[in-house]
Write a protein that binds this ligand. Structure first.
Ligand code: GAR
Length: 199
């Protein structure tokens, strides 16, 4: 079976990355799909997810965006690091950087993201606060392919949770995050099971 390397990009706590890595091990993605999480790369040296990755025996790297002059230079360095792993799939998991069109084009068909809203509602930041303020009865998350337009691209999975009376952005975020941990590994495994990732 061909080897399918998954590279996961994070900026923070890395709970989605850990859920994917655990699903890969528990679901025997290596045996069933020839796939493994080859590396976790963070743009923040202090990202909590780096230690979660190391605990799981996954190679980690930091490409610190503050060390670069602009987006183009950062993205070029990031691409070089990612490409060392010859990735079949590049997974954005709480990676809080806007990517240049060149980066997105380079990984076209191989780049996926999870966004903590029911897209097309609430692209961008502070999704939970905006959902509460808008009076939404439901919120959720979306796994989607990444295109040059922020938080657009084919939707691969969505999960819905209720917005409950008295919810704060933090309580809603927690409810949504628990669903993210289910849908993101599922979406990735579905992609891996396809004969071609982007038929
Ligand atoms: C997740 O809720 C993810 O959907 C969100 O950041 C959180 C990362 O948590 N991503 C975005 O807002 C991207 N625009 P994690 O680091 O624990 O996986």
């Amino acid at each position: 079976m061909t080897e399918k390397n998954i590279v996961i990009l994070i900026s923070g706590s890395g709970s989605n990355m850990a859920a994917i890595a655990d699903a890969a091990r528990g679901g025997q993605w290596e045996r069933r799909h020839g796939a493994r999480v080859a590396a976790v790369i963070s743009n923040r040296p202090a990202a909590g997810g780096l230690s979660l990755a190391r605990e799981r025996g996954i190679a980690t790297q930091v490409v610190d965006h503050t060390a670069f002059d602009g987006r183009e230079a950062f993205d070029a360095a990031l691409m070089a690091e990612i490409d060392r792993h010859r990735p079949t799939l590049v997974v954005l998991a709480g990676f809080m950087r806007i990517l240049t069109p060149g980066f997105v084009r380079h990984y076209e068909g191989r780049l996926v993201n999870i966004h903590p809203s029911l897209l097309p509602a609430f692209p961008g930041l502070q999704t939970h606060q905006r959902a509460i303020e808008a009076g939404c009865r439901f919120a959720g998350c979306t796994v989607h392919r990444v295109t040059a337009e922020l938080d657009h691209g084919e939707y691969l999975e969505q999960a819905v949770v209720p917005v409950l009376p008295g919810d704060t952005p933090a309580s809603l975020a927690e409810r949504v995050l628990s669903q993210e941990h289910l849908v993101y590994p599922r979406a990735i495994e579905r992609l891996l099971a396809r004969p071609a990732l982007n038929p």
